[in-house]
Ligand binder design. Structure first.
Ligand code: ATP
Length: 391
């Protein structure tokens, strides 16, 4: 299928949605570049579906405008918008075969010769051999692909996907993520995808908007968001972060290191990786991802290179999960740190109760404002539902 060069950026300006006295989406400015794969990611109830439904025209915006390229589509009814939505429930017609399900949009518009377009769509979603089957004769993943083909045959400028993989089991979901990404690359139109699954958003999207409490908390490319979370919510919701509170003992110069007293020692981090300027005597949350940390038995501590951040502690939990072993190490100050070590070789001496030294490169450390809750975005945060809870 040829790439489509129509449309333009989707531009939301001051878009909000209020139900009575409850604001589901706070005034939001967002630009989704034409041809991008964009994910709205957040926990249940954060307003992502409402945002998507406003773009589809299925929900009227309380304030703001929605533009598609040069066109203001805010007041257009859903069927007049050049967008199509794929829902979690595929909503295929059970009595029609796959080809007729896909042809539905064309037939409704009175188009008679649908054969070529349907064949192209079947090829696109790799279901060429299934044209004559009925939906119940397909797997969940195949049915979802039919739903995508049925939407794409209408040549929308934007495809909206509302938790489209939510009903699939984990393995199939992973396959379909790659499949959807391939289809998006092939057709080249804008995909806006709503999900509560951070791995799914990171796998597929060029840009992820992390939503929390009706607003976008941070927006960026997956790797940027992961490496440079701007808030504790993003640090915890996107993967796992160790956050250690400490007192700034040296604020560092531009391009130099900030030094923080924490975990009974001193931790360093580059000043440019602090989201707020560090001030001597102030509090700071020192952040480091579990996979950046190395773990060594105490008797190997002498071999650790100078200049690395170090925290001593005791292993209080270890879980072997195949690809890695995940440790929880408690420092004498009571701080518990998570460490993921890849299983290159099984190491002796790293059992529960063992005294260990954790060490990592200061460059892999980030600093967040200590005025925020350390638990934001974790499963301990009352506002957040886990992937398992929601599944
Ligand atoms: P989920 O993943 O569970 O669908 P979400 O992030 O997509 O969550 P929305 O469906 O956008 O969340 O809902 C945002 C908030 O608005 C929720 O608190 C929800 O209860 C509320 N809400 C949604 N629709 C309505 C409605 N018609 N009337 C009142 N409140 C609503």
């Amino acid at each position: 299928m040829t790439q489509q060069q129509t449309g333009g950026d989707v531009r939301l300006t001051g878009i909000s949605k209020t139900y009575g006295s409850f604001t589901a989406v706070k005034p939001l400015d967002l630009t989704v570049p034409q041809g991008s794969f964009f994910a709205l990611l957040g926990a249940s109830g954060c307003g992502k579906t409402t945002t998507l439904r406003m773009i589809a025209g299925l929900e009227e915006a309380t304030t703001g405008t929605i533009r598609l390229g040069d066109r203001d589509i805010t007041d257009l009814p859903p069927y007049k918008r050049p967008v199509n939505t794929v829902f979690q429930s595929y909503a295929l017609f059970p009595h029609l075969d796959i080809a007729e399900n896909i042809a539905f949009g064309l037939r409704r518009r009175g188009i008679k010769s649908v054969k070529k377009q349907v064949a192209d769509m079947l090829d696109l979603v790799q279901l060429g051999d299934f044209a004559k089957r009925k939906p119940h004769q397909l797997s969940g993943g195949q049915q979802q692909r039919v739903a995508v083909a049925r939407a794409l045959i209408n040549h929308p400028q934007v495809l909206l996907l509302d938790e489209p993989l939510g009903a699939l089991d984990l393995k199939l979901r992973r396959q379909m993520q790659l499949e959807l990404k391939r289809i998006q690359t092939e057709v080249g139109i804008t995909f806006i995808h709503v999900t509560h699954d951070q791995e799914e958003a990171m796998t597929m999207a060029d840009t992820v908007a992390v939503m929390n409490g009706g607003r976008v908390e941070q927006l960026g490319a997956p790797a940027d968001l992961y490496e440079n979370p701007g808030t504790t919510f993003v640090a915890n919701f996107l993967g796992t972060s160790n956050l250690i509170e400490g007192e700034v003992v040296s604020a560092g110069t531009t391009g130099g290191d900030v030094v923080v007293a924490a975990c009974g020692g001193k931790l360093r981090l580059p000043s440019e990786r602090c989201t707020t300027p560090a001030a001597k005597g102030g509090r700071l949350l020192v952040g480091v991802r579990p996979e950046k940390i190395s773990i060594a038995p105490t008797d190997e501590a002498d071999a650790i290179a100078d200049g690395r951040n170090r925290v001593t502690g005791r292993i209080v939990d270890s879980s072997f999960i195949g690809v890695s072993t995940q440790y929880v190490v408690e420092n004498a100050t009571g701080t518990a740190l998570q460490v993921y070590e890849q299983n290159v070789e099984r190491r002796a001496g790293l059992t529960t109760g063992a005294e260990v030294v954790l060490h990592w490169n200061p460059a892999h450390t980030f600093g967040l404002d200590a005025a925020q809750s350390m638990l934001a975005g974790t499963t301990g945060d009352a506002g957040v539902e886990t992937v398992e809870d929601a599944a």
